[in-house]
Design a protein around this ligand. Structure first.
Ligand code: NOJ
Length: 546
């Protein structure tokens, strides 16, 4: 496989609204990111995936875009954006823009035109259908944000499709004019020297709503190949598609280099393992650890040589991993967060760190719907209240799975509003920010932050982490995740105790040359009968056996 910069990179996701406010309006902004570039350079990341900063009425916090080539005033100006790209590049950091082209905002000029009348030149930019008799929508497709995916527009008495909120009408990708507009817009950004695109729900663009096909439609890969050819194909950029229902076979179609589509996709199979199959994400069940290991191993092996994996625990849609599947108590938060870093960052693929993960930020429980900002949680709350669910149960589900958990402002220090803003933030900080903040972690050599720094640095220094073969040991062990990476005659053994309960690992034949990294200061070098403490995770370099 031809080696690209993103194979050996670590990407850091910024949710700009919550990163750093520079002008005292309680909302993070681009100048705030510029102020923190030296922090990110110190952490050692290679690229920033920047969640949307485009003009938007913020029905879905920027994922509803009303102008793809304008910056939202709350985030700054296009000059700020140019400055960010340039200053980040000076630090060797590339900016990967969020590309949200499954849908626009209903306030985008295309949609404003489209809804005016059936003959409008922009009518076919969106998906319009007649309803069924008795005021029924065209079919039973539902929105990911609750309710029907069809909205009746009184002006023309037709329904438009919105797989997300009513204010996020789906674009009609079958229309070549739509595709050309998108290629032009992408080239506008590529000309600015960005490092690539993260593509929002890109698996939906080939939908055939009349046949109830949404994900993975028949034209999907044809469109992506056209995109590749018309936009970034000749450039050395990272492209990562968000693809929720993807199988390993699909992922190869997206990411096998000779197919000329994307660098990699985000697959969510591991993320869904605490959800009940076929039910909304709110209906959870305990995590099945054996299954978790199976999923990781399946993806590691399936894409080997034939594509590329992305590796992540968190993003702006997913609650904080240390709270959901780890242990965020004062006693174990630090080792537990480091365990998750070890688990993921020695696998093959490109790791993504979501802002605050590098200091082990935790979820923020709420007790009433008034505290919630996220449209997905609010819509679900209203729907389930109407359906007669118990209010406490709904709040419990929001605390477990709600997106606000990941979206609270970053606590930079212990000062007012955690140094995020001088004014009241758009969403309250987690009240634990006096104890959990960036400054504290920077000052403590044994912090989660310094552990992430080391892990990132190790990837830079060791090709084994990037290119080594993967092999899982003890797949049926109920609490250990053990795997090897081997490259050019060298083998590393990664042993993870996923749980608080101590356990023992036995390895009779092999000897340790050195400990590469461990989340305890005094991990044992003897692996013939290794006693693992709560969440203990160690990376060993093994002695060569000859
Ligand atoms: C996926 C994004 O990550 C999420 O935040 C957003 O709500 C939907 N796509 C719709 O754009």
């Amino acid at each position: 496989m031809e080696k690209k910069w993103w194979h050996s990179s670590v990407v850091y996701q910024i949710y700009p609204r919550s990163f750093q406010d520079s002008n005292g309006d309680g909302i993070g902004d681009i100048q705030g990111i510029i102020q923190r570039l030296s922090y990110l350079a110190d952490l050692g990341i290679d690229a920033i995936w920047l969640s949307p900063v485009y003009q938007s009425p913020n029905d879905d916090n920027g994922y509803d875009i009303s102008d793809y080539q304008a910056i939202s005033p709350e985030f700054g100006t296009m000059d700020d954006m140019d400055e960010l790209i340039q200053k980040a590049n000076e630090y060797g950091i590339r900016i990967v823009m969020d590309l949200v082209v499954n849908h626009t905002s209903d306030e985008h000029s295309w949609f404003i035109e489209s809804r005016k009348n059936k003959d409008n030149g922009y009518r076919d930019y969106y998906i319009w259908r007649d309803g069924q008799p008795n005021d029924m929508p065209p079919n039973e497709l539902t929105s990911i944000f609750s309710g029907s995916a069809w909205e009746l527009d009184k002006q023309t008495n037709q329904y438009y499709l919105h797989l997300y909120s009513k204010k996020q009408p789906d674009l009609n990708w079958e229309n070549p004019k739509v595709r050309n507009e998108i290629w032009q817009m992408m080239n506008f950004w590529l000309d600015k020297g960005i490092g690539g695109f993260r593509m929002d729900v890109i698996d939906l663009i080939g939908k055939i709503p009349d046949e109830l096909i949404t994900g993975n439609g028949p034209m999907l890969h044809t469109y992506l190949q056209e995109m590749h050819q018309k936009t970034f194909g000749k450039l050395d950029v990272l492209t990562v598609g968000e693809t929720w229902g993807v199988t390993t076979e699909d992922a190869k179609l997206y990411s096998a280099p000779e197919r000329n589509e994307l660098s990699m996709v985000f697959q969510f199979e591991h993320i869904g393992l605490d959800e009940q199959p076929g039910k909304p994400k709110w209906d959870t069940r305990p995590l099945d650890f054996i299954k978790l290991k199976q999923v990781f191993t399946k993806w590691q092996l399936a894409l080997d040589g034939d594509g590329w994996n992305s590796l992540f625990w968190n993003n702006h849609d997913i609650p904080r991993i240390v709270s959901s599947w780890g242990n965020d108590s004062p006693q174990y938060r630090v080792v537990s967060a480091k365990m998750f870093a070890t688990f993921l960052h020695f696998l093959k693929g490109t790791p993504y760190i979501y802002q605050g993960e590098e200091i082990g930020l935790t979820n923020t429980p709420i007790s009433s719907i008034e505290e919630v900002n996220d449209i997905e949680s609010i819509n679900m709350y209203n729907e389930r209240m109407q359906q007669g669910y118990n209010k406490e149960e709904i709040i419990h589900a929001i605390n477990k799975k709600g997106r606000d958990n990941a979206r609270r402002p970053i606590p930079w220090d212990e000062s007012l509003n955690g140094g995020f803003s001088t004014e009241t933030p758009w969403l309250a900080l987690n009240p634990n920010y006096q104890d959990l903040n960036v400054k504290k972690d920077q000052q403590n050599e044994e912090s989660i932050f310094n552990y992430y720094k080391k892990v990132i640095h190790l990837r830079k220094e060791n090709e084994l982490i990037v290119w080594g073969d993967y092999k899982e040991l003890l797949p049926n062990d109920p609490q250990l995740f053990v795997y090897e990476r081997s490259y050019q005659g060298e083998t590393w053994l990664i042993i993870i105790n996923f749980y608080e309960k101590p356990t023992i690992y036995k390895d009779d034949d092999r000897k340790v040359e050195t400990i590469v990294i461990s989340n305890y200061m005094d991990s044992s070098k003897k692996i013939d009968k290794l006693e693992l403490r709560p969440f203990e995770s160690v990376v060993y370099k093994l002695k060569k056996s000859h």
